[in-house]
Write a protein that binds this ligand. Structure first.
Ligand code: PEP
Ligand code: MG
Length: 614
């Protein structure tokens, strides 16, 4: 089953030592999201052509089609707004080049002839929105180009051609937003390349092959978004939110990505390159050292045994989990099984996928989370089949996770059935995402019982002892109702990523507010403490599976709050194990008491991160 080899360490790869681009060195600062240093030729991943097949609609579908168009316009405006917000960080020449372009695109998305023409084609020719956009953009571009005559000066000619191309480009952006096209082609990615792009969606990250890719640098994205989570899981050094990088890079450039400091350098000087090579080697040595921890127990100095498990998104990560020394999977994010495909995976497909993972874990438990659609995790198969609303005003607060599953119980039934069937191959647990109140757990359990009865009636093999049904504690609502929820659920998994985002009203994947995203904010810690204590009072298993669990500097605090089980990206397991093995539980409890007395997040940072150990 380990079909895919883990990525070769970069110091063993043929990095582009001899390529010289001749362009000056330029450094961009971003958010370090996945550690390690990578050196390689840049690869600009541009969006593929958006497909707009010719399709007509029934007259009765006109209002729906117009609404889809408005959604796509709103999305396009939002994307341009983000680009504009980042403009100030670009070098002056780039600003001067890009700002008028954004102005033009934004104007085109106002009340223009283009959009009026598109609406008219939908209303009068009953065209679907995509072909209506393409036809209208083509027709306007054609009108501009028709002005060209043999007498047109070359300056005027290139001006008209540029404008026509810009109209087509805004058409392509609208079609991409109409089709939710997350697909990007990484087919031409040369071995050992650094992927540089404006943005990388979680669905795109799921397509990356870590054995070919040296590193990633993007302009958008935050440290705890799902793209960052994926890149860490894949062990690919990465910097997100590096404003200007995608516009500044040119084919043939060499880049150094420092996933520890957050710096990305194009065309490094020989001195810089030599330092980066030392960084690559040092990181590889450190990895080897940590790998030796694999066989040692995760035990504190006073002999308390701690459960360290791995989070899994894609089967490609299984070999990394095997190497990490994790005992089981504490969070299998099933969203990635639903991404980059045209239809929702059926029960057979899901059973097979889950069984593969369960078997690979050789008897260690696997916690499989039901589909957490929504937020930044867009799944085209669901959107295109009309299983979810085409647009949410604020998707993070919309029909996400369990809310969608209860609205579309057939999705949950299929998933429960597949997990139950896979549970014959080894111990599994089922986890419900985005719970906010007890009614959701009760409703999900009714569906669970119904699926069990159906499978037993049909004599399908499922485990005699049913897999426990647990819930994510990742909304403030759930954390504050943890005492009531503990009566309904079999276990808690605390998702500190969303818990932090929802508590502090900070988007996890938004570079602009990344500095406000603080899991050490006392409000977040109090919610973690409240939920943990509610579980411990009931003697119910509780773990942390958000990114907080993977930061070894936070391990003593979490131990001090009473937590004994953590699930994290596989590459973090050795470091967290090292942190566990270095402490005594008493000391951790004192640290936690000191931290929980504080109200100032900066002071908490000092105590926890500043190694103020007493
Ligand atoms: C979380 O929110 O902390 C979590 C683990 O879930 P996800 O990151 O998949 O949203
Ligand atoms: Mg979450």
């Amino acid at each position: 089953m380990n079909r895919i080899k883990p990525p070769p360490p970069q110091h063993k790869r043929p990095i582009a030592q001899s390529i010289k681009s001749g362009r000056p060195e330029a450094t961009f600062k971003g958010i370090p999201v996945s550690p390690g240093v990578a050196i390689g030729p840049v690869f600009g991943a541009h969006e593929p052509e958006a497909k707009a097949e010719y399709r007509t609609i029934e007259p009765s579908e006109t209002p729906g089609e117009l609404a889809r168009l408005e959604d796509a316009i709103a999305r396009s405006r939002k994307q341009l707004g983000k680009l504009r917000a980042n403009l100030g960080l670009l070098p002056d020449e780039s600003q001067a080049e890009i700002a008028p372009l954004i102005d033009f695109y934004e104007r085109m998305l106002g009340s223009t002839r283009l959009l009026e023409g598109v609406r008219q084609r939908i209303r009068e020719q009953f065209l679907a929105a995509e072909p209506a956009v393409t036809a209208e953009a083509e027709s306007l571009a054609g009108l501009l180009l028709a002005r060209l005559t043999p007498e047109t000066s070359s300056e005027e000619r290139s001006g008209l051609e540029r404008r026509a191309e810009e109209i087509r480009e805004i058409g392509r952006r609208l079609v991409r937003n109409l089709t939710f096209a997350p697909f990007r082609s990484f087919a031409g990615l040369p071995e050992g390349a650094i992927l540089v792009s404006e943005a990388l969606r979680p669905a795109d990250a799921a397509l990356l092959d870590p054995s070919r890719l040296a590193g990633v640098a993007t302009e958008e994205g935050g440290a705890e978004g799902h793209t960052a989570v994926m890149l860490r899981a894949l062990g690919v050094p990465a910097v997100l939110g590096a404003a200007g990088i995608a516009h500044a890079m040119q084919p043939g450039d060499i880049a150094v990505v420092d996933g520890g400091s957050g710096a990305v350098t194009l065309n490094p000087s020989p001195t810089h390159l030599a330092a980066a090579r030392r960084g690559v080697t040092a990181f590889a040595r450190e990895r080897q050292r940590l790998a030796r921890l694999c066989r040692l127990p995760a035990e504190t100095q006073d002999g308390t045994s701690i459960d360290l498990q791995a989070n899994l998104e894609l089967p490609i990560e299984l070999p990394l989990i095997a190497q990490s020394g994790a005992h089981g999977i504490g969070l299998l994010r099933t969203e990635f099984l639903f991404m980059n495909r045209e239809s929702v995976p059926d029960e057979e497909t899901q059973t097979e996928a889950y069984r593969t993972v369960v078997e690979a874990m050789g008897g260690d438990p696997v916690t499989i989370r039901a589909l957490d659609w929504g937020g930044e995790k867009e799944i085209e198969a669901l959107s295109s089949q009309g299983l979810v609303p085409s647009a949410d005003v604020n998707p993070a607060l919309g029909l996400r996770g369990i809310r969608l599953l209860l609205r579309r119980p057939e999705l949950l039934e299929t998933q429960f059935a597949a997990i139950l069937r896979a549970g014959v191959a080894g111990p599994v647990r089922i986890l419900l995402p985005m719970v906010t109140h007890v009614g959701e757990v009760r409703a999900a359990r009714e569906i669970y019982d119904r699926v069990v009865r159906r499978l037993r009636r049909a004599r399908v093999r499922i485990p005699d002892e049913l897999p426990p049904l647990g819930i994510m504690i990742e909304t403030p609502g759930a954390a504050l109702s943890a005492d009531a929820l503990a009566l309904e659920a079999d276990f808690f998994a605390i998702g500190t990523n969303d818990l932090t985002a929802y508590t502090l009203a900070v988007d996890r994947a938004e570079a602009d507010v990344a500095d406000l995203y603080d899991p050490l904010h006392p409000a977040v810690l109090r919610l973690v403490q409240f939920a943990t204590e509610a579980a411990l009072r009931m003697r119910m298993p509780v773990s942390v599976c958000g990114e907080m669990a993977s930061n070894p500097k936070l391990t003593p605090l979490l131990l001090g709050l009473g937590l004994r089980s953590f699930s994290m990206n596989a590459s973090a397991v050795p470091r967290v194990k090292q942190a566990v093995r270095a402490v005594m539980i008493d000391w951790c409890a004192r640290l936690a008491r000191r931290v929980m007395e504080q109200s100032d997040p900066a002071r908490i940072q000092e105590i926890v991160l500043g190694e103020e150990r007493g």
